[in-house]
Design a protein around this ligand. Structure first.
Ligand SMILES: C[S@@+](CC[C@H](N)C(=O)[O-])C[C@H]1O[C@@H](n2cnc3c(N)ncnc32)[C@H](O)[C@@H]1O
Length: 244
């Protein structure tokens, strides 16, 4: 495959097509290839957002609703969950999940995070699991402003992403695994290995959530940064100042 040109890499139309194509295999590849770590990190991310029972939460880049069981557990039957994804195929598949079928307070839509339709100060919390790496730096600024706009004063947020560990002892085998083994698994499960190799490229370029933390701070959010399993994943989390 020809390498994807840098200007195309962060084009929302391209991202949509990429995830539409991956939608059939993404869930299984993600579950098997992460040995359950992705599931664990999602739970940690949801915990960092300090959700309250009855809260109104927005799940950005929701994929096939992988984070929904955790979020729904925290907000309980009185809460409302608004989820969206740019990939119409991911959204369609998410409406076939048990979480979606069981819950009548879960609303999912096909939207681009950079131009979402939700009203100002309407959410108690924003969550995103593994959706950060496909944003360029200017797009991260827009995303941060959207989160700032959407949150009620004092509202919380947490976003987690696969990252590049700082220590070479872990970084080298981990990046070999992401670059070669996951695409192989994608192929075995009848996906396109080039797409999974591309996810490794996004991860290399993303590095970790530190840049996102700095950008979120510029947008006016109070931010903190943390890492999981020696930097294999990292998260930015915090809240909108109560007076903002
Ligand atoms: C790696 S998947 C993560 C899915 C899920 N949140 C999870 O925990 O597995 C990234 C998702 O982000 C979505 N995405 C990427 N850019 C987006 C954007 N600009 N707006 C909305 N969704 C986007 C993709 O379609 C894809 O479903």
């Amino acid at each position: 495959m020809q390498p994807v040109a840098p200007e195309k890499l962060y084009d929302p139309a391209y991202i949509k097509q990429l995830f539409n194509e991956m939608s059939g295999t993404y869930g299984l590849v993600n579950l098997i290839s992460s040995f359950g770590f992705a599931w664990w990190w999602r739970g940690q991310c949801v915990r960092l957002a300090r959700l309250n029972e009855g809260g109104k939460v927005c799940d950005f880049m929701s994929g096939q609703g992988e984070a929904w069981p955790d979020i729904l557990r925290w907000i309980g039957p009185g809460g409302q969950l608004y989820a969206f994804d740019i990939s119409n195929r991911m959204v369609e598949l998410s409406t076939q999940t048990a979480a979606f079928k069981r819950s009548n307070h879960l609303h999912v839509s096909n939207q681009n995070a950079l131009v979402i339709s939700f009203t100002n100060a309407s959410m108690d919390a924003v969550i995103s699991t593994f959706g950060l790496k496909t944003f360029s730096e200017p797009q991260l600024h827009t995303l941060a402003r959207e989160i700032m706009r959407l949150l009620k004063p004092g509202g919380t947020f947490a976003l987690v992403e696969i990252s590049v560990p700082a220590s070479a002892i872990l970084r080298i085998p981990y990046m070999i695994y992401i670059q070669y083994c996951i695409p192989l698994l994608g192929r075995v499960l009848l996906g396109n290995p080039d797409n999974y190799r591309l996810l490794a490229r996004y991860t290399r370029l993303f590095k970790n959530a530190k840049r996102a933390q700095a950008i979120f701070r510029i947008a006016g959010l109070e931010t903190q940064y943390t890492e999981f399993f020696f930097g294999c994943a990292s998260a930015v989390y915090g809240h909108k100042p109560p007076t903002a």
